[in-house]
Design a binder for this molecule. Structure first.
Ligand SMILES: NC(=O)c1ccc[n+]([C@@H]2O[C@H](COP(=O)([O-])OP(=O)(O)OC[C@H]3O[C@@H](n4cnc5c(N)ncnc54)[C@H](OP(=O)(O)O)[C@@H]3O)[C@@H](O)[C@H]2O)c1
Length: 338
């Protein structure tokens, strides 16, 4: 009989998530039935959306994606030995019934077998060649619709999605300006990833930085953080600029009552005839493999670099999660289960 460990959220998150919001619970898994398989987690995904989508009834199982190996199977489409990406939650072992479990999961696609990554690590299935990569690929290309020579600004630029978006923009022939929370991150963006400029939003004057780095104005803005930083960027957009709103992490730990005010944007939206569109990567679920294969190809060609911030051991997941809101990570945050 397999003994599984799982994370349970015992109390709603108030402000920044705390270790005491979580408990680790053990449970024995029953024998497999027809149509099921047993998945053993190798990496857990740690993502900002988990702060927002945890649900209303507590205690509840922690949601989240994982890359796992199938160790036993009674499902011919998912044979033992194969690797999967699945939204199975933060747990070490899971019995999966693909059709039944998919109905309960809000994240789409719920489950798929990983393509062959060759010599590359399977953890990429949660990052650059997974949901994060597809958020960057589809969110940027479909919503911003960038053209060669245009100027693109990315916030949260040294994170998983942001670092990826900036590199796609370079691949497509755009000029790219990123904002991130430390000088080291900014140096990485420019020296390693080829961003044209990167500014530390905690220390620079955003408006002045943009005036100097993009005197021609901004055509596309990929927004991961929201708040006043975004208001300043939006105020410097060009006519018919496009804004993809991917996330608003600067607000995730605030209650409705605490939400900060940002500059009035309507005059800029009207005056510059801007198009602002939010998206959720689920929208592109039917095209998942297209995005994964494109990103994998760019990685193999050396056009797309990635960084993984890997926390070691199942027990480190809460720390990894808290770290997202403190800017601990550069690139994709993962937990190696061991
Ligand atoms: N729409 C979708 O389908 C979709 C899919 C994936 C992700 N997202 C969103 O995309 C954004 C990035 O996600 P990710 O997975 O790539 O995470 P990430 O950027 O790798 O990690 C979060 C980063 O956010 C920054 N941050 C934290 N608090 C901040 C604040 N108050 N102001 C500005 N920046 C702050 C930190 O970097 P600094 O050091 O730079 O502050 C931190 O490293 C999030 O908003 C997430 O919810 C949306």
């Amino acid at each position: 009989m397999v003994l599984a460990k799982k994370y349970v959220v015992v109390t709603p998150f108030v402000g920044e998530p705390k270790k005491s919001d979580f408990d680790i619970v053990q449970e024995h898994l029953p024998a497999l039935k027809d149509g099921e398989f047993l998945a053993e987690a190798a990496y857990l995904s740690v993502d900002p959306y988990q702060r927002m989508k945890i649900g209303n009834a507590f205690p509840c199982d922690m949601i989240g994606g994982q890359v796992a190996r199938i160790t036993e199977s009674k499902n011919k489409d998912y044979p033992a030995g194969s690797w999967i990406m699945g939204h199975l939650g933060w747990r070490t072992h899971t019995i999966v019934n693909p059709e039944e479990d998919a109905k309960r999961c809000a994240q789409k696609p719920f489950l798929y077998r990983l393509p062959d990554f060759g010599d590359l690590p399977v953890s990429l299935g949660l990052g650059v060649c997974g949901r994060v990569g597809n958020s960057a690929y589809f969110g940027f290309t479909q919503i911003c619709q960038p053209k060669p020579g245009e100027t693109v600004v990315v916030s949260g630029a040294a994170g998983a999605v942001g670092s990826h978006v900036g590199q796609i923009a370079k691949i497509l022939g755009c000029k790219v300006i990123g904002f991130a929370g430390t000088d080291d991150k900014c140096e990485w963006l420019v020296k390693e990833l080829g961003f044209n400029y990167a500014g530390n939003y905690k220390t620079v004057d955003i408006a002045q930085f943009l005036k100097e780095s993009a005197p021609e104005g901004v055509d596309c803005y990929f927004d991961n953080v929201g708040g006043e930083l975004s208001s300043v960027v939006i105020s410097q957009m060009n006519q018919y600029g496009r804004i993809a709103v991917c996330g608003a992490i600067s607000s995730y730990n605030e209650t409705i009552a605490e939400k900060r005010r940002a500059t009035m944007l309507q005059p800029f939206i009207v005056g510059k005839q801007l198009k602002i569109e939010g998206f959720q990567v689920n929208r592109f679920a039917e095209r998942t493999q297209e995005g994964v294969i494109q990103n994998l190809q760019w990685v193999k060609e050396g056009k797309l670099k990635y960084k993984e911030h890997i926390f070691d051991g199942f027990e480190s997941a809460a720390d990894a999660f808290i770290g997202l809101f403190r800017g601990v990570n550069t690139g994709k945050t993962l937990v190696k289960v061991n």
